[in-house]
Design a protein around this ligand. Structure first.
Ligand code: ATP
Length: 198
């Protein structure tokens, strides 16, 4: 008799302004290590922690372009189509409602996981997904104070890339080739993103 296991779905939330290879490597490494069937990238709507971000449609389209070649990667509009600020608790509730029976794995970098106890309804996060915190250059990977059974740590290849640095580089006229996927470089150029703001 064959037993079927529940689908294992990674959830990669981010502002993706722009999406870069640090995000993609994190998703790929977690997919491999946790035997995931799919990783859903979820661009935020209005992030509650960040002041000014590019239009959500631009961030969504760059995410689609960046993930298009990987058959395991998909992109969800749940956060950009919801009104108001984006909170991870809502992201996970919506993804869970769309995929009842799936086991969710929320992927987060070392910087973000350190903030998690300040997130809205953080006590309820653990019942919705297993959290995987990945290493990130410049940040100590620690999950102290978080429930052991619900949180894992994963060392991944160190890519010292941030969206902030990518935006700064474009604004100063420096290249972002090889920091972000080629199609994302072309999208940024075509739509004149990051020319006049950080
Ligand atoms: P910004 O510089 O605008 O704050 P960012 O580069 O941190 O952006 P986000 O879209 O905010 O990118 O990140 C989404 C998720 O990806 C977060 O959990 C973050 O910790 C993680 N992440 C981003 N860059 C890396 C990286 N280079 N290595 C590992 N994880 C990363």
């Amino acid at each position: 008799m064959t037993t079927t296991r529940a689908p294992r779905i990674g959830v990669m939330g981010g502002t993706f302004d722009p999406i870069h290879h640090g995000h993609l490597v994190a998703a790929s490494e977690v997919a491999q290590s946790f035997d995931l069937d799919e990783v859903v990238f979820v661009p935020t709507g209005r992030p509650w922690q960040k002041q000014e971000v590019s239009p959500s449609e631009d961030r969504y389209l760059m995410t689609v372009i960046a993930t298009a070649s990987n058959p395991q990667f998909t992109v969800s509009r749940v956060d950009i189509d919801r009104d108001g600020f984006t909170y991870t608790i809502d992201t996970l509730r919506d993804i869970k409602a769309q995929r009842p029976g799936a086991d969710l794995f929320f992927i987060t970098g070392a910087d973000a996981v350190a903030q998690i106890l300040g997130w809205r309804d953080h006590d309820e996060l653990w019942g919705l997904a297993h959290f995987v915190a990945v290493s990130r250059p410049g940040h100590v990977l620690s999950t102290d104070g978080l429930p052991r059974d619900n949180v894992s740590q994963l060392e991944i290849p160190a890519l010292a890339i941030s969206s902030t640095d990518c935006r700064d580089r474009v604004r100063r006229g420096n290249p972002v080739w090889y920091l972000v996927p080629d199609g994302v470089v072309q999208y940024i150029e075509k739509h004149h993103l990051y020319r006049s703001k950080a």
